[in-house]
Design a protein around this ligand. Structure first.
Ligand code: BGC
Length: 349
């Protein structure tokens, strides 16, 4: 079967090639791929900056934002042929650490977790893939191709849970949210904020095009300046850019008692000579919390599934801005100006 594979840490090695059918040890559920979303992590892996091949292998099957159709549900009858499913990305570490031991693999403490398409287990960019039944999440069939948005939605479902957990350390009545970055994660974070009934503001660099339109269509306010120039102090900032200057502005812009949740994985981004102690003093005097959030456990997958099922389909459909065939995967890895979510489509939904 055809698969998109890469030799991790070697830039430019991604290719479409024939690989053997997935073997039984990979899971008792056999799935036909429909689509796989591309995110910044995939681009980093293809650029040789991130990623690990399975033990004993040189290459890794790419892809962690899956959507597929069950061909064979295997002996456990929790799924039926034809069900639309998305594969959970992370697997607990084998030790296991206390977090993995209780199913919170997203909070793994020793870093020995594995991730499909990212860290030591093959991903979903192959015509067929196998999965363990307990890691196959059924999606609302009416979502069709939009089920491919489930994985990025789990990431923001977890981020929101983190913000709420931190917020409840004191009296907590958040009203305003600023999301920095109007990519898929930012827009999905805004969608969840909307569902929570908050006043939403989204900030990005661009001044026109699909991003401002999607923000307005959600009933939110779009800004294209700095976080410090939005004209109010947000109770919550969900930072989705990973850009140093935007992060620094977010720390300055958040309200007293406010929470900044970092979801972007950037690098470098030195911002002049940041006066760390001065910034820390502000954080102390205003009781701020800066919380990092990565990945998602089953609770977040469940919540994300509910959120997507409730969302307006035509708005969600506008997030999937480009679909490419597996043979054209290289073009999917190159960002175009109006891209939101690019997906590699293997078959019809
Ligand atoms: C994925 C997460 C993963 C993280 C770090 C993100 O792109 O969505 O599931 O934990 O990368 O590898």
């Amino acid at each position: 079967m055809k698969a998109i594979t890469v030799e991790p840490r070697k830039p430019g090695t991604a290719r479409l090639e024939d690989i053997p059918e997935p073997g039984a040890p990979e899971g008792s559920v056999l799935v036909e791929a429909i689509a796989v979303g591309i995110c910044g992590t995939d681009v980093e892996i293809a650029d040789g900056k991130y990623g690990w091949a399975p033990e004993g292998a040189k290459r890794l099957v790419l892809g962690h934002e899956s959507l597929g159709r069950v061909i064979d549900p295997g002996p456990r009858k929790t799924l039926r042929p034809g069900d639309l499913v998305v594969g959970i990305v992370r697997r607990p570490d084998p030790v296991p650490c206390p977090s993995c031991a209780v199913g919170e693999w997203d909070m793994c403490r020793n870093g020995k977790y594995t991730e499909r398409g990212i860290k030591e287990i093959h991903g979903f960019m192959s015509e067929r893939w196998r999965i363990e039944p307990e890691y196959a999440m059924k999606v609302d069939p009416s979502l069709g191709l939009l089920g491919v948005l489930l994985e990025p939605t789990t990431v923001v479902a977890k981020a929101w849970e983190q913000v709420a957990a931190v917020g409840h350390r004191a009296f907590w009545e958040p009203r305003t949210v600023l999301v920095t970055g109007a990519g898929p994660i930012g827009l999905l974070a805004a969608l969840l904020a909307k569902q929570h009934g908050l006043e939403i503001h989204v900030l990005d660099r661009v001044e026109s095009g699909p991003k401002p339109e999607l923000v307005k269509a959600l009933g939110a306010t779009y800004h294209s300046g700095a976080a410090t120039d939005v004209g109010f102090q947000p109770d919550v900032i969900i930072e989705c850019t990973g850009v140093g200057a935007v992060i620094a502005d977010s720390l300055r812009a958040v309200s007293a008692g406010g929470v900044v949740c970092l979801t972007g994985v950037g690098s470098g981004g030195r911002v002049g000579t940041l006066p760390i102690a001065d910034m820390a003093a502000e954080v102390v005097l205003r009781n701020n919390v800066v919380v990092g959030s990565v990945n998602a456990n089953k609770r977040h997958w469940y919540r994300a599934g509910e959120a997507l099922a409730r969302a307006d389909r035509s708005w969600l459909a506008r997030l999937v801005s480009r679909r490419v065939r597996p043979e054209e995967f290289a073009s999917a890895l190159k960002r175009e100006p109006d891209d939101i979510k690019v997906v590699v489509q293997f078959s019809e939904a």
